[in-house]
Design a protein around this ligand. Structure first.
Ligand SMILES: [Zn+2]
Length: 261
């Protein structure tokens, strides 16, 4: 397969599961022309590691936020810290490309939905104050998510691992968002996701792996890795019946447009 420069817009390379072989993974990414990787932080006590990691590698790009899955751990003072941290980083060489990962998760029933809405809303406001886009995690909460974004406004960003309806997709696109597609596309049986990718204009799609979660078909059951992004590219090119080079170029341009690269 001929390779083309591609961007993984969502990868948790800071997670401990990569501690033993992170440099080898980054080398494999270089060999596979995965030139840029966005690493969204998930909770306040994990930020220092994510910040350090992104500062150490030019191909890694930092997003900073409080993930809804860890809602129990988040405290109001973490929102103040988020604002402060972005202000601090803006004074250094290191760029924050987005506020994220933020959002709503109603799939996991034990998570406090009211608290999630408060943290999501407040992080959207912080993103706006810093003129930053957002990286959004959403499961089973698209209507609330769209209503909140509608109320707060902002400069768009990425709906990561998009899994809503085509109507939701059009709403997000109207609100200035790109939609992230990953390893699910490589599964023959993922008809719904493949159909969505077919219907959504390529100008609104970005590639992602969501590693270490949600792997591609060929590596099913194992740790996902950003080095597998070419397989997502290939699956999307098949769905779109377009060349690899066109899909690579367009999705990479989309990622740069959506985020503060
Ligand atoms: Zn994530």
């Amino acid at each position: 397969m001929r390779m083309h420069a591609i961007i993984d817009t969502h990868c948790h390379l800071d997670f401990a599961v990569f501690d033993d072989d992170r440099n080898a993974v980054l080398d494999a990414c270089n060999n596979n022309h995965v030139t840029d990787i966005v690493v969204p932080a998930v909770k306040q006590d994990a930020w220092p590691k994510t910040i350090q990691l992104c500062a150490a590698h030019a191909q890694l790009h930092l997003a900073l936020g409080l993930h809804p899955i860890f809602i129990d751990a988040h405290q109001p003072q973490h929102l103040v810290a988020l604002d402060d941290e972005i202000t601090q980083l803006n004074r250094t060489q290191q760029k924050v490309v987005a506020v994220g990962e933020i959002g709503l998760d109603y799939y996991l029933k034990h998570l406090d939905q009211e608290k999630q809405k408060v943290f999501f809303t407040k992080q959207l406001i912080i993103a706006n104050q810093h003129h930053l886009p957002v990286i959004i995690h959403n499961r089973k909460a698209h209507d609330d998510c769209i209503n909140i974004i509608n109320d707060i406004g902002g400069s768009g960003g990425i709906i990561h691992n998009f899994n809503g309806s085509i109507q939701h997709a059009h709403k997000y696109i109207e609100l200035g968002f790109k939609l992230g597609f990953g390893g699910m596309l490589t599964f023959e049986r993922s008809r719904v996701i493949r159909n969505l990718a077919k219907q959504i204009p390529l100008e609104s799609i970005v590639l992602e792996t969501d590693a270490p979660d949600l792997t591609v078909e060929r590596h099913k059951g194992k740790r996902n890795s950003p080095e597998y992004l070419p397989e997502v590219l290939s699956a999307l090119a098949t769905v779109k019946q377009m060349s690899l080079v066109d899909v690579a170029n367009i999705t990479s341009a989309n990622a740069r447009q959506a985020l503060n690269f």
